[in-house]
Design a protein around this ligand. Sequence first.
Ligand code: MG
Length: 206
Amino acid sequence: MKLKPTKIICVGLNYTDHAKELGMPIPSEPIIFMKGINALIFNNDSILYPPQTKNLHYEAELAIVIKDRCKNVPREEANKHIAGFTCANDVTARDLQEKDGQWTRAKSFDTFCPVGPQIVKGLDPNNLIIRCYLNGELKQSSNTTKMIFKVDEIVAFVSSIMTLEAEDIILTGTPPGVGPMKVGDVVEVEIEGIGTLRNKILNSKL
Ligand code: MG
């Protein structure tokens, strides 16, 4: 699987229980941010642990892949502009996220956006089991029914702000249970009907 998006957009705090675990308020409209395009990697690629962080976290997320250029998409037409869905890991330097007050650095190191293993069409994105495993141990387990803002609402919202292009990626937020990874760990994001995205953590200095 390869993708050449022009941008990677992410929704933050889209599961009530995750907002609570971070001590953040429940948003009344989607909170969006972006990840640098060089963060993008794919299944079985390595996540590089940067020396600037001491607290690197996994975040299992459902990702939307956009089908064609679109702007101001009404919610009821969102589906027409979606190429499919895949698994994503919104890798986050949690200490830098807290320190900076905005999230560009914490979210945008190279390799911080694994996606894959495939793009699947025709799924109901609002009822999928989503899980994260670290070294085979279950760390996150939820269902996309628990998303505050649904996929069609997210496409409508983001496209009301910026034109979306074919292969652009939108991450839809993570359920509770986020936590740290260390060099040598293997992290897996598994979504019902899509498969398992697997990445190993390597030291960026090697
Ligand atoms: Mg996230």
